[in-house]
Structures are given as C-alpha cells and as structure tokens.
Design a protein around this ligand. Structure first.
Ligand code: GLN
Length: 205
C-alpha cells in the first residue's frame, strides 16, 4: 500500500488525514497515513502533505527536530508533496509578509514561487470562493489568513488564480513537477486536490 505522510508539527493535521483517507477510498487504493514528527518517519513515503497553520511555528519546530534539512532533501529527491496555506509558504523559495516585509523565517525553499503572507488581511478577512484548477476541476476554496502566490518561475506553473482586492489576479494553486502548493485549504471542502497528489505519487500526472 501507499504510505502518505502528514507533517504533524503544528496545524490542521487531522483534516488532512481525513481528506487523504476519503481520497484513497474514492480512488480505491490502500493508503497508510503516517504522522511525521521525526526524521525516521520520512522513510519509505510515497507522498507528503504539509498542512496549514502557522508557517513560522512549523518552520522553527522543523528546524528544532532536525526535519528542515531532511524534508528538503526528500522533496528535492522527488517525494510528491502538497503544501497548503502555511505549507505552501514553507515550500516557497521567496517569502514576504504583507506588513513586516522579509520574514527571514525557516523555510524549505524548494518551489520556485514567491509568496506574500497574510496577503488578504486579518482573520476576519478570510473568505471562500469557487476556483477552477487546471487538471483538477472546480473546487470550493477556503482562504484563512491566506498567502498570495505572487510569482511562479522556472518549472513552477500556476494551476488556478484568485482575485485579490488590490493586486488583481494572484496564484491560488501552483505545481512544479511533483510539488503542489495551494494558498487555500482544500482539506476542508474537497478530496480532489488530495486525489491529485495520490495520482502524482502513482505516477499518473
Ligand atoms: N497566516 C499563516 C502563515 O502565515 C497561514 C494561515 C493558514 O495556514 N491558514 O503562516
């Protein structure tokens, strides 16, 4: 069966586990879900999810337990990985904050995307909308203190866009090889994105 890890340092781990479980049932495949808190738990994974939460917390905990470098190595070596919201920030090569500018926070820096943290404002500015995602279809997307993906370069490409009140259209989902980043929280509304990740792990995209 397929082993799927969920980075379980902070954030909405259980929602992702549930989404992976439902996605695997819909695809008719057997999946073992591994909570990744230590480096040993990275071995033999077929895919990884990095949840939403607080990217600075996820980053400093990852560094403290020695996961930062090991995670980066695994992903660079081809582990299919989905980062949602804080997870997308953690995967990005360039991270700014809409208020404080350069954050200097610990990141993986594996995806050729630039993000602006908290780009849509405060918690009360959270919103949801329908998005059309290339290769995935239409999903209801929940943005919670979401980042904006403001640039994708190299082999990274935009899969979906969302309208930002000042910046115009910004990227809501991006893919680079077997890496995916979403500014929103697919685990709350749909299994489509997790199915896509499982299909990446099975070599179908
Ligand atoms: N605002 C959070 C951060 O900057 C992300 C929010 C989320 O994951 N829902 O890390």
């Amino acid at each position: 069966s397929v082993r799927v890890g969920v980075l379980a340092l902070q954030g909405d781990v259980e929602e992702h586990e549930y989404a992976i479980k439902r996605a695997s049932e819909e695809l008719g495949i057997n999946v073992d879900i591994i909570r990744v808190k230590k480096t040993e738990q990275l071995s033999d994974l077929s895919a990884l999810v990095i949840p939403g939460g607080e990217s600075t917390t996820i980053g400093s905990l990852a560094r403290r337990v020695g996961l930062l470098d090991r995670l980066r190595d695994s992903i660079i070596n081809g582990l299919p990985t989905l980062g949602t919201c804080a997870g997308a920030i953690f995967m990005a090569r360039e991270v700014r904050d809409s208020v404080v500018g350069e954050t200097g926070q610990p990141i993986l820096g594996v995806m050729d995307i630039a993000v602006v943290r908290n780009a849509f404002g405060r918690q009360r500015d959270s919103f949801e909308t329908d998005l059309s995602i290339d290769g995935i279809g239409t999903v209801r997307a929940v943005f919670i203190r979401a980042p904006a993906i403001v640039r994708a370069w190299g082999n990274a490409r935009a899969l979906a866009y969302v309208k930002h009140p000042r910046l115009g259209n910004v990227i809501a989902a991006a893919q680079e090889g077997d890496m995916m980043a979403t500014a929103f929280h697919p685990e709350l509304t749909t299994t489509k994105v997790h199915k896509y990740l499982l299909e990446l792990a099975l070599g179908k995209h």
